[in-house]
Design a protein around this ligand. Sequence first.
Ligand code: SAH
Length: 418
Amino acid sequence: AARLCSGAGGEAEAANGDGAMLRHLARKLRASGPVTVAEYMREALTNPGQGYYTRRGGVGESGDFITSPEISQVFGELIGIWYISEWMAMGKPSTFQLVELGPGRGTLTDDILRVFKQLASVLSKCDVSVHLVEVSPKLSEIQAVMLTGGKVQPNPEDKSAYMKGVSKTGIPIFWYRDIQDVPPGYSFYLAHEFFDALPIHKFQRTEKGWREVLVDIDPEVPDKLRFVLSPSRTPATQIFIQPEETRDHVEVCPEAGVIVQRLASRIEKDGGAALVADYGHDGTKTDTFRGFRNHKLHDVLSAPGTADLTADVDFSYLRKMAQGRAATLGPIKQREFLKNMGIDLRLQVLLQNSGDTATREQLLHSYDMLMNPEKMGDCFNFFALLPHQRLVHPDKKDKPESKSPLPPVAGFNELLLK
Ligand code: SAH
């Protein structure tokens, strides 16, 4: 199953697995008191020794959750076409970097690079390179095998990257821990199920005002964690709760805000576009923090480091953080985006070309997973950052008729490849 789109909690599951992370957290909490949910989530997911992504990062059928690129190759192919369509609409620049944040097993980039190869005649004069932002050493190894066959060079001297290699299709690939290390330049960014993994703060309205939800050790049960409320306001309640807020429970992901600001500034300065795909809402949901293990909901406070922790992406917050520097489109539902990108036609071609019933059934099943509103079709969204001039001619205000209309942005409108 895919990670469900909302609904927090999950049945408490026996905390088996090794308890190293729990012991580490319990020591820390005993010594210095409760921590924010963001701090807890960061430790549980990306602690360099024991974090969930650092150690296992269970994307895929044999892991803890499955994602769209793992379900069907068509997903990545259509995203590859999105980049080519934007590259053409932006006047076919002579070079671009494809930058993926949180590439998981590397499947999405692999599918995109296959499309780039198939459309080599279109891209022939363009110098393409791939830049992967990945904190997990374990997952970067899996990506290296998927994309290069495992032929990589660690710590290259000439770059800020921690690893480099060449894709099976001959394109240079570099790995970084942080988006800030990726060299500047015309870039197409991609973040699929990345923002939902970043640490969130949780807040609750009380009679005495806003309080922050914290994680503490349960005094009654050894090595058991529990949620508590901060006794007074915290710096985060003051910064992140808007005076006009109407909800009683709020989640905010400042790290997502910072990354979107970085993407927007880079796009404003060097050109390009960013495509963000994730489950999320437009500033309306309240309690979406949840855990997954073995494809099942998992209590977020039980056996930290052994389960994936995630929260819905607040697209209204991302839009606000991009504002001024880049234009935004969406969020639009996954099924609408993929339909606009031509998924129906692509499915027909694959069905016609497949000889056996099992393959056909698999194609139809994966189409249903991606598109069915009850499955991933409605709760996954696409959201884009684009340079302002991609949507409005700079001189449009003075001379509305002066230029031919800008081509529509594929996915958010129907795909028109000329
Ligand atoms: N995009 C993939 C994987 C999603 S899982 C897919 O859709 O299948 C989240 C990914 O983000 C993993 O690769 C994880 O290791 C990475 N990740 C999580 N937190 C990160 C951070 N702070 N910086 C960089 N990568 C991170």
